[in-house]
Ligand binder design. Sequence first.
Ligand SMILES: Cc1ncc(COP(=O)(O)O)c(C=O)c1O
Length: 285
Amino acid sequence: MQEYPPPSTVWIDGRLTDGRSAAVPALDHSLLTGFGVFETLAVRAARPIAPSRHLARLQSSAATLGIAPPPEQSIQDAIRAVLDSFPLPDARLRITLTAGDSEGIPFLVSAPPRLIVAASRLPARRDTAILATAPWQKHADGALVGIKSTSYGDHVRCVRHARQLGADEALILNTNGHICEGGSSNIWWVRDRVVHTPPVKSGCLPGITRGLVLEICRRDGLHIRETEAHPATLLAADEVFLTSSLRDVQGVSQIDTSNLPPAPGEITTLLLNSLTDWLDADPDP
Ligand SMILES: Cc1ncc(COP(=O)(O)O)c(C=O)c1O
């Protein structure tokens, strides 16, 4: 039985506390308007995975929204403090940077940003996932495209919808009808040994794991294409898989009512093994 509430350790406003007593002020911008940025990364055997890439994306997301991030050393110190007091060697680490307190005027950012670092239980990895196509689309030119923003309600709604249908993850299309991404993952497919994923201009998040897998493909001589495609392409693929910091590389066995070829397939497994070996040897590539 899962312990509830799960163990969590939180750093907020320069102080370490446990997840139950950590509190955000009622006028925090992120709470009122979703104006903030975040990162989620895995911690395995007490080592954060790809922290430099995640911190670089946090800085870039914050800069795009005009939120001044604290010095990187203070984020690193907060991460260390949280991990030193979290009781488990594996964790899900969430770094949130809100636009600070709004003083009641949500469109003005007048306060210093608020840094929150939280460690909680790392969900077990599963080999495969079932996707359900979301009935809502992502605007490829939306104001928050490419930013890992705390405005996440549309993704939460898509994933809740998928879960209600018995699936694990949502398949989100963009308003052009093209494959975009999962609710909290990037999507890939393999056809005739060519590995495809949607381009960033589809509106997908440029995932850290997506970047690592693209590098592995290039290094290992696999043919890759960033392809705009309709969802029927997935049903005709030899393999479909997802990537994210918590899933790594995960095969897809079913989309809506259609069964796909047995998953994880050959190239999916190869990429998972290459990623695992790389991160074991170098957790901060
Ligand atoms: C919408 C979305 N796309 C893709 C990803 C995968 O990104 P990453 O590999 O950086 O975890 C995530 C991760 O949470 C996400 O929320």
